[in-house]
Ligand binder design. Structure first.
Ligand SMILES: [Zn+2]
Length: 462
């Protein structure tokens, strides 16, 4: 057999197992062989990965294409940005008040025309109609994850252009979702009613400084909601995925709940690992939930190390700086960051905190693949899997500018930071999409990935 490509002499980072020296043979978009010898078989192309580390391609579980930006443009620019950071598959959230029928077909068409990496979709739930249509979207389109923005109540829902959510809708949804194996509700966990009350007092004091934002949404407004959501999940025996977890308090609630109930998955974001609220000199890092303290950063790193946290996503929005104008209360919420997930984990996690490379491969790829039904097609380096790979130079240092991240967003939370450890190649189904920071792939190469729900094994820890 003649192979399409051989990646020789790499250090292969295998999730849950460790690092092996070896070579990977690729044929017809798939990993066809793995060997500890460099001479696999004849190949049309060879890549020498001597001294480098080959990770499973990053699976980015949390981006927002078309939110505060145009979906058709994001599918071009932001998949390029994701590929810059070693990402081979991205799952984007999308929400609207109307039913999703026409949207999903249009989304797939646009993506297959524009994305340079593989892509999939989570849908936001904000009505009974959305809940009723979950089995249909699972079946026909392989959409097996649904998000509940629990902060969408009253004025906050109106501002976001969303219908209102309440605990009743959420409870009904959990009961429905648990009847379909492999489907997962995802929640944004903040108690907006507590936040309203705290925010009013802070605004009445006349505060408009950036820190007022974090002070208006303290950590217990997150952990209180986590506790309540986990209670309802356990009560209905429905699994639950908590997006962008920020605080020690929230993580402690998860650990407590896990002593009784295992069907819980936790995500955090690089910004909550590396930034504190004291670093907010302006409105750029206005995010919800907000930035916390140094103690919370370190608690989240501990959560990655000890397995309390399963995934890291960026919560990426392709926002422009100008959307951050005005007071802290008027500025847009959100940041870009999909290109820097892996470099941030390598630099701040591996180099500075001794988090193992295989653990980084788990939280950036393997776990997301298993949780979001991309396994056993993506998320590992094994024969038969898609040849989705990120080749990493652990010693490469780059000082971040937003330009090098290939996003339409004109700022980065790491602007001016020197991060050590960068992907030098992103390979998607055997094809080179990013090389040395340049996008060499084509828009339109990316495929829509149906995520067929499968029964989970909750006894096998991630
Ligand atoms: Zn988000």
């Amino acid at each position: 057999m003649e192979l399409d490509c051989v990646i020789m002499n790499g250090n292969l980072v295998i999730p849950t197992q460790g690092i092996m020296k070896g070579s990977i043979g690729i044929k017809d978009e798939k990993i066809a062989m793995i060997s500890d010898s460099p001479d696999l078989a004849k190949a049309k192309e060879t890549i020498d990965a001597k001294g480098k580390y080959v990770f499973p391609g990053v699976i980015e579980p949390h981006v927002h294409f078309g939110l505060g930006s145009k979906l058709d443009e994001d599918l071009i620019t932001e998949t390029r940005s994701a590929a810059t950071g070693g990402t081979s598959t991205v799952i984007t959230y999308y929400r609207q008040i109307e039913p999703y029928d026409n949207f999903v077909d249009e989304f797939i068409r646009l993506g297959q025309e524009r994305a340079c990496i593989d892509f999939s979709l989570h849908l936001g739930v904000s009505s009974e109609e959305h809940i009723r249509s979950i089995p249909k979207f699972c079946d026909e389109y392989g959409i097996s994850s649904y998000k509940f923005m629990m902060v969408f109540k009253g004025e906050d829902a109106k501002k976001a252009g969303s219908a209102e959510l309440n605990d009743g809708v959420f409870y009904d949804a959990l009961q429905k979702i648990k009847t379909i194996d492999g489907v997962l509700p995802c929640i944004h966990a903040e108690n907006i009613e507590l936040i309203w009350s705290i925010r009013k007092k802070i605004i009445d004091q006349g505060r408009t400084d950036p820190l007022a934002w974090a002070d208006s949404r303290p950590d217990f407004t997150e952990s209180e909601f986590v506790r309540r959501a986990l209670y309802l999940a356990e009560l209905t025996d429905c699994p639950l995925y908590i997006v962008h977890t920020t605080s020690k308090k929230a993580l402690d609630e998860v650990r407590l709940a896990r002593e009784r109930y295992s069907k819980i998955f936790v995500e955090t974001c690089p910004v909550y690992l590396t930034h504190t609220k004291e670093m907010m000199e302006d409105n750029l890092m206005k995010v919800a939930p907000p930035l916390r303290s140094k103690k919370d950063n370190e608690a989240l790193w501990d959560g990655i190390r000890d397995g309390s946290i399963q995934t890291v996503g960026s919560d990426h929005l392709a926002l422009k700086k100008e959307s951050k104008n005005g007071s802290i209360w008027e500025a847009s919420m959100g940041i870009s960051g999909t290109a820097t997930v892996l470099p941030a984990l390598l630099s701040e996690g591996y180099h500075k905190r001794d988090i193992s490379l295989e653990r980084i491969a788990e939280v950036t790829s393997y776990n997301a693949a298993r949780i979001f039904n991309l396994y056993p097609r993506k998320g590992n380096i094994q024969v038969g899997f898609d040849a989705d790979l990120a080749i990493v130079d652990l010693e490469l240092e780059k000082t971040v500018t937003h330009e090098m991240l290939n996003s339409a967003s004109d700022f980065s939370i790491y602007e001016g930071w020197t991060l050590k450890g960068w992907p030098t190649s992103t390979i998607v189904r055997g094809k080179m999409v990013m090389q040395d920071g340049e996008i060499v792939g084509e828009n339109g190469y990316g495929k829509y990935i149906k995520r067929k729900p499968v029964l989970r094994n909750f006894d096998k820890p991630n």
